[in-house]
Design a protein around this ligand. Structure first.
Ligand SMILES: [Zn+2]
Length: 300
């Protein structure tokens, strides 16, 4: 179903998928993966470009798994970089907490951008017309890109085949959840035939995927603690994949060293160290996402 001018490089949870579009207006890349794997990102993108230059890199939103290759790609190609307009103040200030960097145990090479994109803007990429559409929720500044003619939606982390990116709890949570709902409603109203998500394979069963997202949203709206536990587990899993392994004996010290865990614990849970570690890692082990081997925790 994909036009020949568009290639999807499906990656993993640490690295967002890359979308490469080649056309009259130049060669465009959407999202650049995580900094740890930038060398692989560069080679995968080069392979698709097959000797052609990259002109333009665009981020759906500014999280470390989508913008982690920006600096390296800019150095290698000299390409233009555009980000969603409302991310600009965070990138200008390199706001560690708002960008979920060391505050959440994540890393990203700092980069500079050339300009910003707003909802409603039209582009010609891969000889197709694309509209930027606001996609707040997981990231309040996020954009997605829709091509009316083909029905293809590049959704970033606003909509996956099984859910959507984490939504933060806290005072603004109902606002963020309402934004998530509005984004899903926007998607339901578009004539989407194929979704290229930020993570996972492209998919066409839009109705059932929306259904799963509504259900997750309903559950988050009813139970703030579910959101808290979900964020803690997703953040820990991301960091475990990034580090590849963590000594069991270092777990408590690791959790204490990342501000997000201490903040969430103080604000929502008030657990002792052992109970907090069990809530995060115990649950991940019980559902098979994490395993223990020779004194180490490993992503399963
Ligand atoms: Zn992502």
């Amino acid at each position: 179903m994909l036009p020949s001018s568009l290639k999807v490089i499906v990656r993993d949870w640490l690295n967002a998928n890359h979308i490469v579009m080649m056309g009259r207006e130049g060669n465009v890349l959407i999202d650049s993966g995580y900094c740890r794997d930038k060398a692989l990102t560069l080679s995968r993108v080069d392979e698709v470009l097959a000797g052609q230059p990259l002109h333009w890199l665009i981020n759906t939103h500014c999280h470390s798994d989508h913008m982690g290759g920006n600096a390296a790609i800019r150095t290698a190609s000299g390409c233009r970089i555009s980000i969603p307009r409302d991310e600009a103040p965070l990138i200008d200030a390199w706001d560690d907490r708002a960008l979920w960097l060391s505050y959440a145990g994540q890393r990203c090479d700092r980069f500079s951008f050339d300009d910003t994109i707003v909802s409603g803007q039209m582009f010609e990429w891969g000889n197709l017309q694309w509209r930027a559409i606001s996609a707040p929720g997981h990231d309040m500044a996020a954009l997605m890109f829709f091509c009316e003619e083909t029905g293809i939606l590049i959704s970033g982390d606003a909509f996956w085949q099984h859910g959507f990116g984490i939504v933060l709890p806290g005072a603004d949570r109902m606002h963020r959840l309402a934004a998530t709902r509005a984004t899903l409603e926007t998607i339901a109203d578009l004539r989407v035939r194929l979704v290229i998500p930020g993570h996972g394979d492209p998919f066409t069963d839009i109705g059932p995927a929306l259904e799963r997202s509504w259900q997750r949203l309903d559950s988050f709206e009813r139970h703030e603690l579910r959101m808290v536990r979900h964020v803690l587990k997703v953040m820990f899993m991301f960091s475990l994949i990034d580090r590849r392994r963590l000594a069991v004996g270092e777990l408590d010290a690791y959790l204490a060293s990342v501000p997000l865990y201490a903040d969430f614990n103080q604000q929502y849970l008030q657990l002792d160290t052992v109970a907090l570690a069990d809530l995060i890692v115990g649950d991940l082990e019980r559902n098979g996402a994490v395993r223990r081997q020779d004194g180490f925790l490993l992503p399963a």
